[in-house]
Design a protein around this ligand. Sequence first.
Ligand code: GLN
Length: 540
Amino acid sequence: MKFIFVTGGVVSSLGKGLTAAALGTLLENRGLKVALQKFDPYLNVDPGTMSPYQHGEVYVLDDGAETDLDLGHYERFTSTKLTRMNNLTSGQVYQTVLNNEREGKYLGKTVQVIPHVTDEIKRRIDLLAETSKADVVITEIGGTTGDIEGLPFLEAIREFALESGIGNTCFIHVTYVPFIKAAGELKTKPTQQSVAKLREIGITPNIIACRCEKPLDKELRQKISMFCNVPLEAVIEAKDVDHSIYEMPLMLQRERMDDLVCRLLHLTTPAPNMAHWQEIIRKLIAPAHRVRVGVVGKYIGLQDAYKSVYEALIHGGIGNDCGVEIVQVDAEEIEKHGAPAKLGGLGGILVPGGFGERGIEGKILAAKYARENKIPYLGLCLGMQIATIEFARNVLKLDKAHSTEFDESSPHPVIALLDAQKKVTKKGGTMRLGAMPCQLALGTKAAELYGSFVIQERHRHRYEFNNHYREKFEKAGFVFSGTSPDNKLVEVIELKGHPFYVASQFHPEFLSKPHQPHPLFKGFIAAAHQTIHHKPLYSI
Ligand code: GLN
């Protein structure tokens, strides 16, 4: 078994996760079984309790693990199914070590960062290697080289590499080569210093992936090669992609990164066949159609808060050979200026998941606008709850209908706490989480889109549709197209007589991939494209 470690230098947000994922794509297309794993040096046990401002999206896995959004890249770029084994935080490491200590497992020894913390980190690499039976395990270390909190992880991978023997491990360091406008030059010094920092710890990178805005010329490559102690061919240009993150595998392939990795790890495989990936890029760069859809949220300024939603919309576009322009609409702006001003001319409206009261009324206005004007609507988790509240208030005339999350004394709590949630007091990992089966009803839009009656989708919520109101809703044309197999929980709703008004209690965005667009997103984009097409031009 072979191991690749991806570290980052100079600054954060360099796209280490994307680099790891894109390398995974290439290795998988060489016929290798790949497993990907992320180590996060923060002390939270998982990111489930962190604000999107701190962390961006929380990515949910089948087994209910709440993980880092890089795991979303891993699943979108490769065919690996991830579990909670694939994301390790310092919080988890210390929790395990301290539990072991309390149980007397260290036999009276002084418990220390080295070896106890580092051993636990190494154990987790081995564990993934064993359970995944992969040919190659790629481990990404979060944070930036030089951070105090990242040191135990770097020490652990140094030891791991030493113990694995020659030719079995490879270190890739992703760094930044800034372009200094005043000098009109790319600068290599920060890269040199961050590599020096790594070598101080005892890690010599085999490959340096240089994130840069401009191409790296030969001279610069030679300089990085010389001062960072890597062969010239191991200096990889990772220039900002022109159109889409999905160009990354092709870009790394052009730089022969996969070839080099295979040589370093003594892996003999054929060159990857990337024809299908090239077709995806073709559809992204020159799509046959184009459509604009709005995402109505409260974390609109944050690039990462709705990552998987944005990606799934793009995939829905690929599935329709349709370029998707995403218009990010702040729900509070709708409250101030009204829905027509903010949503007019859009082909579709999507309300994603969310927590907390801010912007809720704006989202309700968006759902109303989509329903009344027959604009395609896709609601995800909170987006389904919003559609329910809107319908209750404006169609069923249930005054002050609400979710008890936002108004505990609502006379019509059409969305209420799940029974299982009523006694929950702890915050971390206690929602209804992970993949659950859902039964779709015959003759519904959902069943038509999925082409199946039983599906599995990932969840992350505490509240649900209040069954007390089911009949009333049904009579007025609100269709319960998906429920839990015991029919106790509403999972998908849609509206009769609307071209596309579908909302799910689960999060379909977590299961979409560029080469396998999720059916709900594919259907939503198809409907959005049709709506725009059937409207007179002046209203676009
Ligand atoms: N806040 C809602 C709930 O807990 C919706 C959650 C979500 O959108 N992920 O049920």
